[in-house]
Design a protein around this ligand. Structure first.
Ligand SMILES: [Mg+2]
Length: 457
């Protein structure tokens, strides 16, 4: 991750993007021209009828750049800008990840280590540290789930998101994509590339084209222009054998495949592959973003501008995050059964603590009470914290989870009160109604200010 790459992928503020500027200018800055990208970029300019180009592009494919290598470079700034590979260094070792500087020598993943070293004798080889990669991955996925519960992870460093439901809250998909890129960089100190499109297939192709540290929007009406010049290998599911079969038919580009009768494709490749490729060649991909069973969660977290060691400030932040989680749950129509507290220390060590409630909730008062107990139980004294997070997991549709009214629990209408706040917020704007504790940091109104007594479970 060189300085120039970071500059090239310069982060934009919401205001920058909201200002009526074409996405093109930013994408083109400092990037070599490439037909596929150039045409798609052209298409990402605003159209005349004042429709946003990314209106019909709710699918994001997000992929970390040279993930394992980037994770390693966080603690080895001396290696930034140098050819670095991660992998086994023994006689049978293979490359698991390579920085873009190493790729310039022709090195790529799955290559035998001996070959990589011949291609670039000065390359630095680091052993893999999978615990580190899992930890960074969890942080990245938490950022995604902060945006939408509709996250489909494909591997540690890659996921599809459907941001349809997040627009009203966060803005159009391209704005959401830039916000995610900024957060990943700010919180995890690595870069990622994002493809924004109307289908998973095109979003994935777009993120590959945008690499490294880039964003590419392919509006629905530009899909064919983006897709048809690409080599047939770009089509999902085309391996070496299929590629050979297509070449025997004289089909080199996706456009060639698109303009071949389906019958011909079916005869050459079989019924299912033939019809599948014919659909993909026109950008048709009906697959929706699939959230793995049991992985739905809604969370919010905050990285402090500077490390914080004041428990009062941290409690206040946990209250604010609990509110955000509850509001999101209610807006998305979910209740969560498990409440998770996340704490990252100044040295990046991260811990999580969770508790499963007797009945699922979307009430910030209950989420905060739980997270507060989890926080107090850590006994952190004045440890310096970099980040705190609150998450609700084990989500159920609120409609399917009637609230159990327990005799030993003061129900006292918290949920109704918070729903009233939702309505006031919808009418008068964010922050129009909030706990007094969040308005004046010096005053403790008793909303969670006193230690919370453990509730019987
Ligand atoms: Mg990757």
């Amino acid at each position: 991750m060189s300085r120039s790459q970071i500059t090239r992928g310069a982060r934009l503020t919401q205001a920058d993007i909201a200002a009526d500027r074409s996405v093109d200018a930013r994408l083109d800055a400092g990037r070599p021209a490439n037909d596929g990208i150039a045409s798609a970029r052209k298409g990402s300019a605003r159209s005349d009828n004042d429709q946003r180009d990314d209106d019909d592009c709710p699918i994001l494919h997000i992929d970390m750049d040279a993930f394992f290598a980037s994770c390693e470079l966080r603690s080895r700034p001396d290696l930034v800008g140098k050819p670095v590979i991660v992998g086994g260094d023994g006689s049978r070792g293979v490359v698991t990840a390579a920085t873009y500087e190493a790729r310039r020598f022709g090195i790529h993943s799955a290559m035998p280590m001996s070959r990589a070293k011949r291609l670039c004798p000065q390359v630095v080889v680091l052993p893999p540290n999978f615990a580190l990669y899992s930890e960074v991955s969890a942080g990245v996925m938490a950022i995604f789930r902060d945006v939408t519960p509709l996250v489909e992870p494909l591997s540690l460093d890659e996921a599809f998101l459907d941001v349809s439901g997040a627009r009203r809250r966060l803005g159009p998909p391209a704005v959401i994509a830039e916000m995610i890129r900024s957060r990943v960089y700010d919180e995890q100190a690595i870069t990622c590339s994002v493809g924004v499109a109307s289908t998973k297939f095109i979003a994935k192709l777009a993120s590959t084209r945008a690499k490294p540290d880039g964003l590419l929007v392919v509006p629905a009406d530009r899909v064919v222009a983006f897709l048809h010049p690409l080599a047939v290998g770009a089509l999902w599911g085309v391996g070496d054998k299929t590629e050979e079969a297509l070449q025997r038919l004289g089909l080199a580009t996706v456009g060639d495949v698109a303009n071949t009768p389906v019958d011909t494709l079916v005869r050459a490749l079989g019924q299912s592959s033939g019809t599948h490729l014919a659909a993909l060649a026109w950008g048709r991909d009906p697959r929706s973003v699939q959230v793995p069973e049991g992985e739905k969660s809604v969370g919010a977290e905050e990285t402090f501008p500077r490390d914080i060691d004041d428990p009062e400030v941290i409690r206040r932040e946990l209250l604010r995050l609990s509110e955000r989680v509850a509001v999101r749950l209610r807006r998305q129509g979910y209740v969560g059964r498990t409440v998770v507290l996340k704490v990252r220390f100044a040295d990046f060590t991260t811990i999580t603590r969770s508790r499963t409630l007797r009945s699922a909730t979307d009430v910030s008062h209950e989420i905060y009470a739980t997270v507060r107990e989890l926080y107090e139980a850590l006994g952190l004294q004045r440890a310096r914290l970099r980040l705190v997070g609150v998450r609700a997991e084990g989500l159920l549709a609120a409609a399917d989870a009637p609230r159990q009214l327990l005799l030993d629990e003061p129900v006292a209408g918290w949920r109704e009160a918070e729903q009233a706040v939702d309505r006031a917020t919808a009418r008068f704007g964010r922050g129009s109604v909030q706990p007094a504790r969040l308005i004046d940091s010096g005053v403790d109104d008793g909303f969670g200010g006193a230690p919370v007594a453990p509730r019987p479970r």
